[in-house]
Design a protein around this ligand. Structure first.
Ligand code: URA
Length: 433
């Protein structure tokens, strides 16, 4: 088999066989296929797409490309949720403790920030001492003991995805439906959870910009999961605006803790309750409505917050920061962004908000960049709110005062005002079961 022929076949709109897809992923994994041929095939897939059968084969090949962690030593049902990536998306920090507080096991392997989107692992590392790398025995032991552990993915885990993602990131081929589906589901299936809830983001801050595209991506991923014998649900949620008010690592941890104390922003809380409700429901705790009620209860009675504190301490983190979030290190500088005009915020470009936060130091431009955990944005106004000329729409935080100008310009250019109050968009567009 020759990589040249596989690229040519896909370039010309052909359907790749299972053997050709396995050959490709095998070569990605063992390094025998050079980056330029991998990138060329990604671009051909980007333009030509894949059939459901090809996407499924690609996913299974990614799943099988690395070591499998043997989770059979974990007692009980394991549930996971995965977001396709968004801005201000700190849902894992809230839903995982809610679900674990009911005795359901959450053995979570999370990612770091990608482009304009944040990652759970970076957010957790904003907590002093928190270890996002555990040995398999530590990971399994902690899940069995307290029901929840959250780590980053090890190098041996679905390594084909690591390689592919790095190349897609620099060749403008991230936002391809089959490549996203295989990347996310390849990793999820390698983790081998029993039940998976997908949070498929849609809108300006997500990789899928329209509801129809997101619905199609959700359908493909749910199908793949079911073929692999998993219980699956996908929620299509609004990412036309950042979720909640906080963007940036420690700022988001603080907002997640506030939410677990019952004081979180309404939009963020609603998405968390719905995701946690479906996770509990798939795990057999009742109907989605009953389980959403359970999720609310875990916030009201403090058991979810207790579970987060327990998890942070178990992974070496400073639990005092969660109990008193005032103790998080603050940025040396802050800057108020004021609206030049009056009007209702008609729309925002959430991706540009994410990039503004990145410019402040909250994300990486290259894999080697160090994150400024205290950097980011606290919004004062969101889509639909009225803002008077000169009124603050956001506060920027950074240890690099020079970054404020770029971030402010990005934010203002990404915020569109109108005289009329815009019609409210749904927070959750659809649920694919
Ligand atoms: N998240 C992933 O893990 N992979 C993608 O391709 C997109 C989002």
């Amino acid at each position: 088999m020759r990589m040249y022929d596989i690229i040519k076949k896909k370039r010309d709109g052909g359907e790749l066989t299972t053997e050709e897809i396995n050959y490709f992923i095998g070569g990605v994994t063992d390094g025998s296929i050079p980056d330029y041929q991998i990138s060329a095939l990604c671009m051909a897939i980007y333009f030509r797409g894949m059939t459901d059968r090809e996407t499924c084969d690609l996913t299974f090949a990614v799943r099988d490309s690395g070591e499998k962690v043997d989770f059979s030593a974990i007692n009980g049902i394991r549930v996971d949720k995965h977001s396709t990536g968004g801005v201000g998306d700190k849902t894992s920090l809230v839903v995982a403790p809610i679900v674990a507080s009911y005795g359901i096991k959450v053995a979570k392997m999370s990612g770091r920030g990608l482009g304009h989107t944040g990652g759970t692992v970076d957010k957790l590392e904003a907590i002093n001492g928190f270890r996002t790398t555990l040995s398999d025995d530590e990971f399994i032991g902690q899940v069995n003991k307290i029901g929840l552990a959250i780590v980053g993915q090890s190098k041996q885990f679905a390594p084909a995805d690591k390689k592919l993602y790095a190349l897609r990131d620099v060749t403008a081929t991230v936002d391809s439906m089959p490549l996203i589906a295989a990347s996310i589901m390849g990793k999820k299936l390698a983790a081998d959870d029993d039940c998976i809830v997908l949070d498929v983001k849609t809108g300006s801050g997500s990789f899928m910009k329209t509801v129809d595209e997101s619905r199609e991506l959700a359908r493909i991923m749910v199908d793949i999961g079911k073929r692999a014998g998993k219980k699956m649900v996908a929620l299509i949620t609004n990412m036309d605006r950042p979720l909640g008010y906080a963007i940036g690592n420690s700022l988001e941890v603080i907002e997640a803790v506030e939410t677990l104390r019952g004081r979180g922003p309404a939009d963020f809380k609603e998405v968390c309750i719905t995701l946690a409700g479906y996770m509990l429901s798939l795990a057999g705790k009742g109907s989605p409505e009953e389980c959403k009620q359970l999720a609310r209860k875990a916030i009201e009675n403090g058991s979810a917050l207790d579970k987060l504190v327990e998890t942070v301490k178990a992974q070496g983190g400073d639990g005092a920061l969660i109990l008193d979030t005032q103790k998080f290190a603050k940025s040396a500088y802050s800057h108020a962004v004021k609206s030049p005009q009056s009007g209702f915020i008609r729309s925002v470009d959430a991706e540009a908000y994410g990039l503004a936060s990145l410019a402040l130091g909250a994300g990486r431009n290259t894999v080697d960049d160090k994150i400024d955990f205290s950097a980011g944005i606290i919004l004062s106004k969101k889509t639909g709110d009225y803002v008077a000329a000169g009124e603050e729409i956001a506060t920027l935080y950074s240890n690099n005062v020079a970054a404020f100008e770029v971030a402010e310009n990005r934010l203002l250019a990404a915020t569109e005002l109108s005289e009329e109050k815009p019609v409210d968009e749904p927070l959750i567009y659809d649920i694919i079961e």
